[in-house]
Design a protein around this ligand. Sequence first.
Ligand SMILES: Cc1cc2nc3c(=O)[nH]c(=O)nc-3n(C[C@H](O)[C@H](O)[C@H](O)COP(=O)(O)OP(=O)(O)OC[C@H]3O[C@@H](n4cnc5c(N)ncnc54)[C@H](O)[C@@H]3O)c2cc1C
Length: 321
Amino acid sequence: MPRIWIYGEVSDGRPAQVVLELLTRARQLTDGVEVVVLDPDGAAVVDELGAHGAARIHLGTETAYRDHLSQPVADALSALALEHHPDLILFGATYNGRDVCARVSARLGATVVANGLDVEMAGDQASVRSSIFGATQDVATEAGGPTPCVLVRPRSLVAEPGGARTPEVVPVPAAVRPEHCRVRRLESVAAPAAGPKLEEAAIVVSGGRGLQDASNFALLERLAELVHGAVGASRAVVDAGWVPYARQVGQTGKTVKPKVYIACGISGAMQHTVGMKGAKSIVAINKDPDAPIFKLADLGIVGDTLKVLPAVIAELEKRTG
Ligand SMILES: Cc1cc2nc3c(=O)[nH]c(=O)nc-3n(C[C@H](O)[C@H](O)[C@H](O)COP(=O)(O)OP(=O)(O)OC[C@H]3O[C@@H](n4cnc5c(N)ncnc54)[C@H](O)[C@@H]3O)c2cc1C
């Protein structure tokens, strides 16, 4: 049976969503998935990892794991991997996951496969599915050599509780190297955000260049507020500086899987659609009846989004009083 490990990133005292997604997939591939949690808040995530099927948790709670960027975490994780030789280590492709994965794979001299969408195992041999050439082709890549490290994009997989058990918790020996603590985090400031996170929202209202001007994103903000959704964007408007990169949906942005995705003034380039085509229902507003987004849409509105949006908002405001 393959021995699969997951890097158990912690975010705001909870397992990062992608860790639960990886755990859900890994427990379908093997029994006895192990998660390595290196965070001062790590003890708080044990139950939720167990509810998603983690059999064993390697737990380290040194403050250095949070205070000194990713070097102490990479030291501890690579030392554990060299001791136990798992067949595969999965990382979520978050900022932190990418950083830790790069350092761990360098220390192990291990193969890295980045940008994964799914993982399969044949015996103890991993293969990774990913998209290439602007998401026009899917490829399966064999991750060979001892302990390959694989980065999987958040929201490519679905997190579901299951395989519940009380995981065995194995303490990670504290062996933080002072020379790897020279960079210290001074402050951490959460960006002010109202409403759900883009990756977690049930409804996403996204805008593209068809909105004509950055100020018109206020319409999307209002609609998102009315439907308890989040605002996304195409890369064109991120590149234009209208909205921050954190809002970008697509190949080089976030992958979202909401119940409803409302694309306003977005053409539907494949680099955008690869990040939202998993939505249950897609609504598109575009003034060009031949816009490619209509090929994906369940409901298409041919019209000026700057006229359609205010009408929808007015109707919702009337209904919600
Ligand atoms: C390597 C690579 C990675 C990329 N990654 C991403 C990515 O992650 N995410 C992403 O989004 N893009 C990405 N792109 C860019 C992508 O190819 C497109 O250029 C981009 O998605 C276009 O954004 P858009 O639809 O807002 O703009 P446009 O293509 O300019 O489309 C604007 C649309 O608005 C419509 N419109 C205009 N005015 C109105 C109006 N008043 N009312 C209604 N409709 C109107 C037009 O008919 C048109 O369909 C990537 C490109 C490359 C090469």
